[in-house]
Design a protein. Sequence first.
Length: 181
Amino acid sequence: MSDLADRLRALPGFPEHLPELDTATLPEDPGELVLAWLEDAIASGARQPHALTLLTRGEDGAPEGRTLILKDVDEHGYHVATSRRSAKGRQLAADPRAAMVLFWRETGRQVRLSGTVAALDAEASRRDWLSRPSATGEVDPDWQVYALRPERVELMQAREDRRHTRVLYTRPDGIWEHRLL
Ligand SMILES: Cc1cc2nc3c(=O)[nH]c(=O)nc-3n(C[C@H](O)[C@H](O)[C@H](O)COP(=O)(O)O)c2cc1C
């Protein structure tokens, strides 16, 4: 065993006191729980609670992941923004299937979303570009806001006894259903 492996193993994991996910009162729509968890993460004061990993498929079909900032959540889904000319922009044009992963270490919570990404209209992209702290007057014509409409949402709440609670939401017929994993 390498020294690194020993040191990694000795690192602290989840915090000692974790919130509990009451599986008897789960909402019909997983979006409610995702938003509640996001609000908790914002309220905790943790840095970049809106950072997520976006997974796309590369040209050869292999997965590619990178960190992005969540810009909004609405009826279109979970918004992120990037250049259409970036690798991920080109990948999403070729195959709009994608996944997002959010992780909040302070509360031991993870959200996994997967579905299809749609490009929002030019006005949404223009507004996002202009709201960036580093924005100059000129709008980047390649800037694009995308929204992931999830078909599958898995929420995990870590537990002190390590028997983590996981709930999977799917909507096979357009209506959300969920089950414990
Ligand atoms: C915390 C964090 C937030 C980021 N947010 C964005 C973002 O909102 N949009 C973006 O295009 N890149 C963002 N990046 C950079 C991307 O992770 C990535 O390096 C870049 O977009 C190129 O990705 P691609 O080559 O897969 O297209 C962020 C990086 C970090 C570490």
